[in-house]
Design a protein around this ligand. Structure first.
Ligand code: COA
Length: 159
């Protein structure tokens, strides 16, 4: 299950790869410039999943005081449903805990069944709604929250 994948911290050198992953995953992707700015935010952290053929997924998050936020997560279409998204999410939650977060938040499109199922399996639960949050198509965002101490697995799995 995605066992041939390694996780490692992302750096600015990865920005073109992260932007390409975004374009493969979203109709409204983060641009390279937006990703670069996000990596500079205080408390920002990003991980890349890669195999011998290159990057297959990434996750971007940040900590503000004691709250964590999952800003984006994506796996290339041909490598989905192999456990890579969940590994990225678990590793990010562990890193958020290590940086002092007690809870993690995120927004997800109401219609994004795959992501919602992954987040639910990781312990996220509905905490609110942001009406008309997304564009192309216009859609509400579901706000999800997860208590981190209870669910994050021990130790970042960065192999
Ligand atoms: C969401 C995403 C990152 C999941 O990555 P992934 O590597 O396929 O996810 P995993 O294989 O780790 O799946 C973990 C769990 O999520 C759920 N899940 C994932 N994809 C699913 C799907 N298509 N349908 C139903 N459940 C799904 C399952 O519970 C799965 O566990 P299981 O395979 O043991 O049943 C991937 O679908 C993706 O990149 N989507 C486009 C970008 C996106 O929507 N990101 C989220 C924005 S909020």
């Amino acid at each position: 299950m995605g066992e041939n994948c390694r996780l490692r911290p992302a750096s600015r050198a990865d920005l073109p790869v992260l932007a390409a992953l975004e374009r493969h995953a979203f109709v409204d992707p983060w641009t390279l410039a937006q990703l670069g700015a996000a990596l500079d935010w205080p408390g920002a952290v990003a991980l890349v999943a890669e195999d011998d053929g290159g990057a297959v997924g990434y996750v971007l998050g940040r900590v503000i005081v004691d709250e964590g936020e999952i800003l984006s997560i994506a796996v290339v279409p041909e490598r989905r449903r192999l456990g890579i998204g969940r590994r990225l999410l678990d590793a990010m939650m562990t890193m958020l805990v290590a940086r002092g977060a007690h809870a993690a938040w995120l927004e997800v499109r109401m219609s994004n069944d795959a992501a919602r199922a992954m987040y639910e399996s990781a312990g996220f639960a509905a905490a609110g709604l942001r009406p008309d949050y997304y564009r192309r198509p216009d859609e509400d965002a579901l706000v999800l929250r997860c208590e981190l101490e209870a669910t994050a697995s021990p130790g970042p799995e960065l192999r």
